[in-house]
Design a protein around this ligand. Structure first.
Ligand code: NAP
Length: 233
């Protein structure tokens, strides 16, 4: 049975690779982008997979944008439900230094990486199938245990908050058999990962889809990397 899957931030990077691989597997994908009119790679995929890819606008940091997406779901899903939501959209503001951290950068990171995904999950909850999964793209940089340098504070704080959201959602959705995971994709060759990144996006997405597929409700609330290895909170 093809599954209904929603991927946020799907126009480039790991989100685009998730979308490509899910379509190859035969799934139906709702791929969100802040500017669908400029999502040319998604347009090409939609042409290659007629009727199985819908590209819709979504800014995860904006509640009004969540509402607009919710308004489109009856048309996109009909009587169906979402089997998987991959909350992939994220932002990393680079160049922060101790003494110069700005409130605006902290708040933008929090809205995009933490509060946005929590509120979107809450809004999407009625559309989740029994036994569905939510995959929250976290980062090893959000690990409190593994932090020993003052770098990328807005990103680290927001991903740590998102990890707490993962645990809270796992608790809230447990009785509906919905598995919620925090995932680290590796240091991935994307715009965010930059020049030194070691893991190709294709390899990261393939590994993560394997981890998501293998996860059961017993794994809900865990923090795993793209090879299925546990990360310390
Ligand atoms: P990327 O290449 O920078 O792509 C980020 C995606 O998120 C883009 O599609 C971007 O859309 C979207 N986005 C940003 N802010 C958004 C917002 N407010 N609303 C909706 N979409 C928004 O990043 P990536 O490397 O693919 O990263 C994907 C996820 O993995 C992120 O959550 C990131 O934190 C996490 N991660 C990445 C790495 C790595 O090494 N790359 C490591 C650990 C974790 P626009 O095109 O409109 O900007």
């Amino acid at each position: 049975m093809p599954r209904n899957i929603l991927v946020t931030g799907a126009n480039r990077g790991i989100g685009l690779e998730f979308t490509r691989q899910l379509l190859q597997r035969g799934d139906h994908v709702i791929a969100t982008a802040r500017k669908p009119g400029q999502a040319h790679a998604l347009d090409a995929l939609a042409g290659d997979h007629p009727g199985r890819l819908h590209v819709v606008p979504l800014d995860v940091a904006e509640a009004a944008s969540h509402k607009a997406l919710l308004g489109e779901l009856p048309l996109l899903l009909g009587d169906g439900r979402l089997d998987l939501v991959i909350q992939n959209a994220g932002v990393l503001h680079s160049g922060e230094r101790f003494g110069q951290v700005k409130e605006s950068t902290l708040l933008d990171s929090f809205r995009t990486n933490a509060s946005g995904p929590l509120l979107l999950s809450q809004a999407l909850a009625p559309w989740l199938a029994t036994g569905a999964k939510i995959a929250n793209m976290s980062s090893i940089l959000g690990s409190i245990t593994l932090t020993d340098a003052f770098s990328t504070p807005s990103y680290r704080l927001s991903k740590a908050a998102q990890d707490m959201a993962t645990r809270l959602l796992a608790a809230a959705l447990n009785d509906r058999d919905i598995t919620v995971l925090a995932l680290h994709p590796g240091w991935v060759q994307t715009d965010m990962g930059g020049d030194g990144a070691s893991v190709p996006a294709e390899e990261s997405a393939r590994g993560l889809l394997g981890v998501i597929d293998a996860a059961t409700i017993a794994d809900s609330g865990r923090f795993l990397d793209w090879r299925g290895r546990e990360i310390a909170w």
